[in-house]
Design a protein around this ligand. Structure first.
Ligand SMILES: Nc1ncnc2c1ncn2[C@@H]1O[C@H](COP(=O)(O)OP(=O)(O)O)[C@@H](O)[C@H]1O
Ligand SMILES: [Mg+2]
Length: 603
């Protein structure tokens, strides 16, 4: 048990930055120091108790002879002197001990809170650096849940482990003090306590482990259910299926809550057992000393005081230690998941910073294939389309033909699995990816609108971020966003989470303005005008047409009107290129094909 907890702690430390790791060791050293002061304090209290009832037992003690000899004249000669000296030492020690303990609590709390924050940062950074393809196979709610579990790493597990180490030291020091003073009595007490602790842990731990894992699993499922219900609020309300989504959440959240409650109950149960065992042992030792061993009054008082102090310090320390072990076990499954994420190697996105020369000739796909799954049907099958610089290329084809897959490869979201993509003569590789992405502006069918103002959405900065207002207004004009004038605060109007306060067409224009904001050379529009009415589409078509001289534009569209202006067309069919050439050649054929398909559907 301790072994695996220490392993987990070591893994956490290993993942942390060097500065935090150093802080951990400083705090650990401080804990050791405070424990030593604690030991001296306990010894002093016991001496004080003996000195107040039977001073001659100390003044004439054989055990203290070396100390008396070393101190010479400074050694107290009378009972009063002895009590005064012991009082002073005791006061100094209690001051040092408690000040130290307070500072340690402060240092360890701050440290653990920083661990939480650091773990959160490391997780999000990893998620953001992961390839887009990895994200396609994940539920974002699960990732958010992992982020919220960061507290289990720092404030729960690490904090409990640090405090546990402290208590272990205090308990060990108390035991040492006791053993030095009253070997037999303390041996009995320790044996009873250790036995009780071992029994309790053996019984309780597997239960905690099992329920903590249940809690972890269902907590994640509950968060996922809640996110699903809230993200789909419009469709859920419209379909009247709210209750079903609520039930899914309730099932998971209740199971999680029950499992969590069991871990808590199991975690606190050891203390009752242990306290009972401790008092039994104390009574037993007292009876043995008075009746069995026939010890004198001073010895009994001294030993009892020592036992009392030790029990007062050691028993609660052992108790707290057990509770901490339980708390650590509770936090273990979530912490292990996080450690697993942080330790597993992954292919990061955008590794290099190689510059690309400005695009002059063409973007060329050569024998490119792409497959989403491990062994699924290829979404693109050995295709070699070419996109000439300064022209507008359209991609047409039925749903599922692979149009969006090409768009996502052009933007560098999907990796080149087979074949190659080049910008003039420079291939798209991880080294050139960052520069490539800065050259490409992308507008999708369902643009992601962030919870911020219109301007923040165009500049695509987090809420409150800084942006170039002049450029924002310029892009608004280019994207035909005349509706901005009618908004209550123009470009500073908040537009709501996921663009709840925008129409589909307005959101697409925001996305177009956003794509233009970064002054790209290449513009990829994937069904970017599908939600626009005829009038708005005409405005944007005009915009795009006028941009096409300076940009390389790639337009994917269902509607033929959208691609009428294209210089060349690529007709995709089931992941392969069926036809490619000047629009004047391809478009009539494609029209004919559509007409035939429509006729067939009618018959
Ligand atoms: N994330 C994904 N995981 C698995 N298959 C996908 C994924 N995205 C698209 N596909 C599949 O790849 C093929 C091409 O899809 P896509 O490029 O989106 O088509 P289009 O944009 O032409 O409608 C389709 O068969 C689709 O089912
Ligand atoms: Mg598509």
């Amino acid at each position: 048990m301790l072994h695996s907890t220490l392993d987990v702690l070591r893994s956490i430390l290993h993942l942390l930055p060097a500065g935090l790791r150093r802080r951990f060791w400083i705090i650990a050293a401080g804990m050791g120091l405070v424990s030593v002061v604690e030991m001296l304090f306990i010894a002093c209290v016991a001496l004080f108790a003996s000195a107040s009832t039977a001073p001659e037992s100390i003044l004439g003690s054989e055990r203290l002879a070396p100390l008396r000899h070393a101190a010479g004249a400074a050694f107290p000669a009378s009972a009063t002197e002895l009590l005064i000296i012991l009082s002073c030492v005791m006061l100094l020690l209690v001051l040092a001990k408690n000040a130290g303990a307070w500072m340690l609590t402060q240092a360890s709390s701050t440290f653990c809170a920083r661990v939480d924050a650091t773990v959160g940062e490391m997780l999000l950074q990893r998620f953001l650096r992961r390839q887009y393809l990895w994200h396609l196979g994940r539920h974002s709610a699960d990732l958010v849940t992992l982020l919220t579990w960061r507290r289990e790493v720092g404030s729960a597990l690490t904090f409990q482990a640090m405090q546990g180490m402290n208590e272990l030291l205090v308990a060990a020091v108390s035991v040492l003090t006791l053993i030095a003073w009253a070997p037999l009595a303390s041996a009995i007490i320790m044996a009873v306590l250790t036995l009780a602790a071992v029994i309790v842990l053996r019984v309780v731990r597997p239960g905690i482990d099992r329920h903590a894992q249940r809690w972890t699993r269902f907590d994640m499922a509950a968060n996922k259910a809640a996110t699903t219900a809230l993200h789909g609020i419009k469709d859920i309300k419209a379909s009247g299926r709210g209750q079903a989504f609520f039930d899914a959440y309730r099932r998971n959240v209740r199971t999680a809550a029950d499992a969590d409650a069991v871990t808590r109950v199991l975690g606190t149960s050891p203390q009752w057992l242990l306290e009972t065992a401790g008092i039994f042992a104390l009574c037993g030792v007292t009876l043995y000393l008075t009746l069995g061993a026939g010890a004198d009054a001073a010895e009994i008082t001294g030993t009892l005081a020592l036992l009392g102090v030790a029990a007062w310090r050691a028993l609660p320390a052992v108790n707290r230690l057990l509770i901490r072990v339980a708390n650590i076990r509770r936090a273990l499954p979530q912490t292990l998941r996080i450690i697993d994420v942080l330790q597993s190697p992954f292919a990061a996105d955008q590794q290099g910073n190689d510059e690309l020369p400005p695009l002059r000739g063409a973007i060329t796909f050569s024998n490119v294939s792409f497959c989403y799954g491990e062994n699924g049907r290829p979404a693109l099958d050995n295709i070699s389309p070419v996109f000439r610089a300064g022209t507008m290329t359209g991609i047409v084809g039925a749903s599922g033909a692979g149009k969006s897959t090409i768009a996502d490869m052009l933007t560098g979201l999907l990796p080149v699995q087979q074949g190659s993509i080049t910008m003039d003569d420079t291939p798209l590789t991880p080294r050139t990816m960052a520069c490539w992405r800065s050259r490409v502006g992308y507008v999708g069918q369902k643009p992601y609108i962030i919870d911020g103002t219109l301007a923040e959405n165009i500049a695509f900065v987090p809420q409150g971020g800084s942006f170039d207002r002049q450029r924002v207004l310029e892009c608004c004009r280019m994207a035909g966003m005349d509706f901005v004038r009618h908004l209550p605060q123009q470009e500073d109007t908040p537009i709501g989470e996921r663009g709840a306060r925008l129409s589909g067409g307005q959101a697409q224009r925001v996305a177009l303005a956003r794509a233009l904001y970064g002054r790209p050379q290449v513009l990829v529009l994937d069904e970017a005008t599908s939600a626009l009415d005829k009038g708005s589409e005409d405005i944007i078509r005009h915009t795009i047409r006028s941009l096409a001289h300076n940009y390389t534009v790639i337009v994917i569209a269902h509607r033929l009107s959208t691609i009428e202006d294209c210089d060349s067309l690529i007709w995709l069919d089931n992941g392969t290129v069926r036809m490619q050439g000047p629009a004047a050649q391809v478009l009539p054929q494609y029209r004919q094909f559509l007409a035939l398909a429509a006729q067939r559907a009618q018959n």
